[in-house]
Design a protein around this ligand. Sequence first.
Ligand SMILES: Cc1cc2nc3c(=O)[nH]c(=O)nc-3n(C[C@H](O)[C@H](O)[C@H](O)COP(=O)(O)O)c2cc1C
Ligand SMILES: [Mn+2]
Length: 470
Amino acid sequence: MGSDLRGFISELEGQGELMRIKTEVDWDLELSHIAKVNEEKYGPALLFENVKGNDKSVFVSALSSTQRLAIAMSMPTNSTLMQMAKEWVSRTKKLIPPVWVESGPIKENIDVGDAVNLYKFPVPKFYELDGGRYIGTFVNVLTKDPETGWVNIGTYRMQILDEKTCGIQFIKGKHGDLHRKKYAQLNKPMPIAAVVGYDPLMFLASSTTIGAGEDEYNHIGALRGSAIEVVKGEFVDLPIPAGAEMVIEGELWPEELRDEGPFGEYTGYYSGKGVVPRHYINVKAVTYRNDMIFHATTVGRPVTDTHMLLALNHTASLWSDLEAMRIPGIQSVYIPPESCGRFMAIVSVKQMYPGHSNHVGNAVIATSTGSYGIKVVVVVDDDIPADDMGRVIWAMSTRMAPERGTQIISRGRSTPLDPSLPIGNRDITSRIILDTCIPYEWDDKPMDIKLTDSVLQTVLKKWKDYGFKD
Ligand SMILES: Cc1cc2nc3c(=O)[nH]c(=O)nc-3n(C[C@H](O)[C@H](O)[C@H](O)COP(=O)(O)O)c2cc1C
Ligand SMILES: [Mn+2]
């Protein structure tokens, strides 16, 4: 069956990256507040084993450290985010499609029809002003294009509205929303399934910008190095991981709306003004494993779980996009977690022709990842790694001439989550490219100070002799 959430949790435990909480904890704010404080202290992943009024566990903070991201990626735990993104780019050059199997642990419990009750699961309420309990935070939403059969997986937040209904937020242009529009034309309900709790690589692929028409399952298989085993749903004809913890299946009438929200988003702000009518799912079946583990992410302000994982998967997606454009000279790419893992990108380039750094800056904005998520692009010369913030600031301070280096792009796709735009008018944003590179065509380039290599080697050799410990 390959790796599932339980495999990941036991891997974390083996490496001292998990804490089990056996004290009774309330799903209503207490659980999320423990998680948030723990994440701000760079604590371990948490498994709440005693949630008030419930016999199921809740797992949070899966990926809030580079060590745990590295465990999810099966890489050495001292890997940096940028190294992991580079590995992602190389693994996803060869995609691996899923394979169908007859059954799996996800079918251990099947609630259909009258038996469906979303309140029987230990779903947290995160922040006081949230509109309710969010069953979909660490969620993978499956839909299918009714014409081409393309299966998409995307992360779209889901709120419990009543026992058998969940609200869902499709931001305009997301792939699930493109599918929804096709069902609207056909005047048919859209079959939909939400997977909660599986190999975290599924979520890493689900919550990043992979091109339209591409099945994220093929990327998850590539990241893992083996095909994902999938089974058919009880109600929907969609591929569901055989080893998932929980799957919510149902249908969505494409033009119908119910009140949803608000929700404390990962920008650190509420996304809009209170309650807004959004799409919703009529839940027809819920299947789940014995001793089910409910998986959630904390959202809220950076830097926490969501921001760390978005920094990894968005850096990887942007880097892949740039490689596909075959622009020469790109050395490294980085989207910092502090930018909510999406709003700012830094690219290091070895320039080979006049205007090369400008080409790179504009290319970032033209990619799928850049054209949606990124507002600020910083281009640095190749002596500076994109994730070395100290030297990026040095380049911005010393090499960047504001007039020459600044380019404002006045119109582009935006997100209702962007707090810098007026609430209710967030479809379009402007963008900025900050080119800190020394112009390629300059004959007289500023000379940076270098240590003399022969002396440096001698000093390093004698380092301990001088009395230094390491
Ligand atoms: C925790 C979390 C919550 C998210 N919530 C939403 C959401 O409610 N609606 C949305 O459209 N995108 C949301 N996103 C971003 C999408 O998952 C992301 O844009 C992804 O690319 C969507 O998949 P798609 O490109 O296949 O549409 C969220 C991401 C994360 C990490
Ligand atoms: Mn997609």
